[in-house]
Design a protein around this ligand. Structure first.
Ligand SMILES: [Fe+2]
Length: 212
């Protein structure tokens, strides 16, 4: 028996897409257009919250139990820990670059931010690819169904409901019907209902504003 970690790959798709779009969206903002910068900076903060939460849950509920159970494969877990630290460092850099750009939408600040976003994305892509190729198969073999369910549960707690619904939309955006059913089936019933009633239109509005 091994746990099904496919939902993580569906979530990763959203991080890959949004990290690419952030580079493109910021690069396209005209100097001085602070209204547009504010919208995109808000979207970055949402992306950042989703990514950090995802990693913190993994740091607590995925990497430590794996490290205690694997022997020859410990390097895979240690590599993931190191990649999480590098990713956190790229976010720290963005935490300075985003408000600096948002304040004036200056061309120099924009170019600095685009470079920082591109660096962040490079670290992110390396990590997600590695996680899918090496870490998740390890998790599938060594974690119990109960532990995986706990991890999934934690991914949807500790985030304010409106934010959670928008993040849900990002995850479901490119999901096929079977993936959509798997993701929604893993959510608590009240969140699932809220997604259908409130989340879908809310996400559509958010994306229209962000992507223009
Ligand atoms: Fe990770």
């Amino acid at each position: 028996m091994s746990v099904n970690t496919q939902d993580t790959e569906i979530v990763h798709r959203a991080f890959r897409r949004e990290s690419r779009l952030l580079v493109e969206l910021v690069a396209a903002v005209a100097p001085g257009d602070t209204a547009r910068a504010e919208v995109i900076a808000g979207h970055f903060r949402l992306y950042r919250l989703g990514l950090r939460h995802h990693q913190e849950v993994q740091d607590e509920l995925l990497l430590p139990p794996l490290l205690s159970r694997v022997d020859l494969d410990a390097d895979i877990v240690l590599r993931a820990e190191a990649q999480h630290r590098r990713l956190a460092a790229t976010l720290t850099r963005l935490d300075a670059a985003v408000p600096a750009w948002e304040a004036t939408a200056g061309a120099d600040e924009r170019d600095t931010l685009v470079a920082a976003l591109a660096d962040h994305r490079a670290v992110l892509l390396e990590h997600l690819g590695d996680e899918e190729a090496a870490l998740l198969p390890l998790a599938a073999r060594h974690l119990t169904e109960r532990e995986w369910a706990l991890l999934r549960g934690r991914l949807v707690t500790g985030i304010p409901a409106p934010t959670l619904l928008t993040l849900c939309g990002a995850v479901l955006e490119e999901a096929d019907p079977a993936e959509r059913a798997a993701v929604l089936g893993g959510l608590p019933a009240p969140v699932r209902v809220a997604w259908h009633v409130l989340g879908r239109p809310r996400y559509a509005r958010h994306i229209r504003r962000v992507r223009g």
